[in-house]
Write a protein that binds this ligand. Structure first.
Ligand SMILES: NC(=O)c1ccc[n+]([C@@H]2O[C@H](COP(=O)([O-])OP(=O)(O)OC[C@H]3O[C@@H](n4cnc5c(N)ncnc54)[C@H](OP(=O)(O)O)[C@@H]3O)[C@@H](O)[C@H]2O)c1
Length: 287
């Protein structure tokens, strides 16, 4: 299964590999479990807390699986660069990236502007930073899954027509998306979110950001002839019994992992889904 080759003077293993983000618990943990069973290559469970990450790896080893561990705090640029350097040195690339880490703060007593700032920082800006760092490592036929939520659709439904038009514009650029997210943050700071046509939900809007980000990235890769068949999709795992849902979710973590795993393991050269938002393995559009 291992093939050793020399790239740029560095001895690397050409074995396929994967990196899962924010996966010491919840849906990410189940995604690692599923990838360990189905992915032909090395599976990295990452976590910001090394102790929690290594404990999660040990738990999976007790199930007879063999994930590896690497530290990753998506809010720490040094941590992202360390992971990037590690993947580059050990593997010379990356084949599957699952951006799963996120936070939900809407039900905390903090002021709304603060919730928007911290939630968009982790869920949108930090996820984007991971993509910007690791996408250059993606090899042809790579799969990227950004975990969003159907709550993005609920938030879209509450946006003004002008904002809806910007979000669903098929030609939206990453700069325009960043500007849109900054406008939402500014509206939260000036307490004018609803006046400016946004819903008063931090998490839901952050997941609009993740969904549109994935669309833009997917489209860019579709036009990248130097690295064919790299596919980026976003998805909703469903309502899952995790810490984030206060264990009110109706799905088990393994049921929640089904759609992310389907997207992470899309076979080579599929026609669809590409740059889509997928729920229950079905492509959903803004409506
Ligand atoms: N649960 C649901 O019903 C549901 C529904 C729709 C979408 N989702 C999405 O599914 C994904 C997984 O959610 P979940 O329910 O499994 O949540 P969870 O149980 O709260 O797990 C979230 C994971 O993200 C990690 N994380 C947070 N901030 C991080 C950072 N800065 N760097 C690295 N890791 C970080 C957490 O690490 P720590 O353990 O260190 O905190 C944890 O491992 C999220 O994107 C969520 O938005 C969930």
């Amino acid at each position: 299964m291992y093939k050793i080759e020399v790239r740029g003077g560095i001895l690397t293993s050409a074995r396929a590999r994967v990196c899962v983000i924010g996966s010491n618990k919840g849906i990410g943990f189940a995604i690692v479990r599923g990838l360990c069973k189905s992915f032909n290559g090395d599976v990295y469970l990452t976590a910001r807390n090394e102790g929690l990450g290594k404990k999660a790896v040990e738990d999976l080893k007790k199930e007879g699986l063999n994930p590896l561990f690497h530290q990753l705090d998506i809010s720490d640029s040094t941590s992202i660069q360390n992971l990037k350097a590690f993947l580059q040195k050990q593997y010379g690339g990356l084949d599957v990236l699952v951006n799963n880490a996120a936070i939900y703060q809407d039900e905390t007593p903090a002021p709304f502007a603060e919730k928007v700032e911290v939630t968009l920082k982790v869920n949108f800006w930090d996820t984007l930073a991971v993509c910007e760092a690791l996408h250059p490592l993606l090899r042809p036929h790579s799969r990227v899954v950004n975990v969003s939520s159907l709550l993005s659709a609920m938030a879209f439904g509450r946006c003004s027509d002008a904002i809806k038009a910007k979000i669903s514009n098929p030609n939206i650029t990453m700069d325009q998306l960043k500007e849109l997210m900054r406008e939402f943050e500014a509206a939260a700071k000036s307490d004018t979110v609803e006046e400016k046509g946004w819903p008063k939900w931090a998490y839901h809007v952050s997941k609009i950001g993740v969904r549109v980000m994935s669309y833009i990235q997917g489209k860019a890769f579709a036009h990248d002839s130097s690295r064919p068949d790299i596919i980026v999709n976003s998805c909703c795992p469903g309502y899952v019994d995790t810490d984030m849902s206060n264990h009110k979710g109706t799905k088990t973590i393994d049921e929640g992992a089904v759609t992310p795993l389907y997207l992470a393991l899309l076979p080579p050269n599929v026609e669809s889904p590409k740059g889509e938002f997928v729920s229950e393995k079905v492509v959903e559009h803004w409506k």
